[in-house]
Design a protein around this ligand. Structure first.
Ligand SMILES: *Cc1c(COP(=O)(O)O)cnc(C)c1O
Length: 422
């Protein structure tokens, strides 16, 4: 019988892949807790929670039970003109979890649509109020997804050349640091025309795709204050940072200045089903609330608020707010701190950083053969039964909250081996 890897090549076209250079995919047959199992029976510890989704562990029994029960009750129904218990219960649970100023939820299917909707909300908000604001503000090296609006605001879109002519008008600012904060605030206040800016979209505290680049809450807070004072809507892209990863429910919880709009996906549905939510304040919603039908937000996806995905999200929130998961998050934060103290002065370590359960280290390696280093690292980790996905010379961990101490130790050991071997 042919392997999954061989059968795959006939009809499948994978994301973010140049198939001529990387023709072979690894067949995965099963997952449980923090462990993935491949078609040869080899096990891997999922050190990145399958792109930050499966934070309560794969095939979590509590989530399966709730989704299964929902499957027998109501599977799918149009969300325009109809509503249902799972969406309503989820709205109640999410609103009590989100920063206090959030009031309304708009559903979609993935992180890109969540930010796309946030962008459309910001643009149409000003349009509905009769103001011309057509520019968006975003961080350099930000990543917000692969649809057109999301690509436009993503500074990291290195392979988006064919589409750039069609992008939205975006102004970019660097992420704040101790060194640039003063000049950055000065530029925002004095040289930039913030009154033409509809919205500022940002990944709060951690820029995932930019190799877990981190900035300080107090610095971001200052930027938010300035742009808000000019009527710019703030859009927190919490697709990666949401649901506990920074040690709080949301990265925005680390600041007193709250965003007008929040984008969520990834861990929202605990890695079980695809779904996204864009939340906003009453003020944003009110700008669309009108006798004029054209002032509504005419955006909708067929599977909007799918009851099964809502059930998975509800089960996930129940776990997130449990004492056990909160305790687990706390201990992972401590494990990382201890590991960091051990390795940060190693000659091969150029820099380390941590926000909540996200830990990253930059290797001090020659970067001229960028791709090669990354591929060699990846192969080393997979060989040692650890699924980590280095970005350039950055190795990062964003493991499921339920990971055991032994499993985390195996991730650390595998990184220690890199420091000795490379
Ligand atoms: C992954 C990600 C997205 C895009 O989400 P998709 O579900 O892959 O479309 C957007 N923003 C951030 C911060 C992300 O990490």
């Amino acid at each position: 019988m042919k392997s999954l890897s061989e059968r795959d090549q006939k009809h499948l076209w994978h994301p973010l892949t140049q198939h001529k250079l990387h023709p072979k995919m690894l067949g995965i047959v099963k997952a449980k807790g923090a462990v993935l199992v491949d078609e040869h029976g080899k096990e891997y510890i999922d050190g990145i929670s399958s792109w930050y989704t499966s934070v309560y562990g794969h095939c979590n029994d509590a989530i399966i039970a709730k989704v299964y029960a929902q499957m027998q009750q109501l599977d799918q129904v149009v969300f325009s003109g109809f509503t249902h218990e799972p969406a309503i219960a989820l709205s109640e649970a999410l609103i009590s979890l989100l920063p206090q100023n959030q009031e309304k939820l708009f559903f979609s299917d993935n992180g890109s649509t969540a930010t796309e909707i946030g962008i459309k909300m910001a643009l149409q908000y000003h349009h509905n109020l009769g103001k011309k604001r057509s520019v968006l503000l975003a961080f350099e090296d930000g990543f917000h997804g692969d649809t057109f609006g999301a690509m436009s605001v993503s500074g990291l879109s290195v392979y988006n050349g064919p589409f750039e002519d069609y992008f939205i008008d975006v102004k970019r600012i660097p992420v704040p640091t101790e060194d640039n904060l003063g000049s950055l605030l000065h530029e925002l206040e004095n040289t930039m025309d913030l009154d033409a800016v509809a919205g500022f979209i940002y990944e709060p505290l951690v820029q995932g795709a930019a190799a877990m680049k981190m900035h300080k809450a107090e610095h971001l807070e200052k930027i938010l204050k300035v742009v808000k004072s000019h009527g710019v809507l703030t859009i927190a892209d919490e697709v990666m940072t949401g649901f506990g990863k920074t040690g709080r429910y949301f990265a925005s919880d680390h600041m007193t200045e709250k965003p007008d709009i929040i984008c969520m996906s990834k861990a929202l549905t605990a890695g079980m089903l695809p779904m996204a939510v864009t939340s906003c304040t009453q003020k944003v919603y009110d700008a669309f609330y009108s006798d004029d039908i054209a002032k509504g937000l005419f955006h909708g996806h067929t599977y909007t608020a799918n009851p099964l995905a809502c059930a998975a999200a509800l089960a996930g929130i129940e776990l997130l707010t449990s004492e056990e998961i909160q305790k687990n998050i706390g201990r992972i934060i401590q494990w990382h701190q201890k590991f960091d103290a051990e390795i940060k002065d190693h000659p091969k370590v150029a820099a380390t950083r941590q926000t909540g359960i996200i830990y990253a280290l930059d290797l001090d390696v020659v970067m001229e053969r960028y791709g090669n280093v990354r591929d060699k690292l990846f192969q080393h980790f997979m060989g040692s039964g650890v699924f980590l996905r280095p970005l350039g010379n950055t190795i990062y961990i964003s493991a499921p909250y339920i990971i055991t101490k032994d499993e985390m130790q195996r991730i650390y050991d595998s990184i220690r081996e890199v420091l000795e071997k490379f």
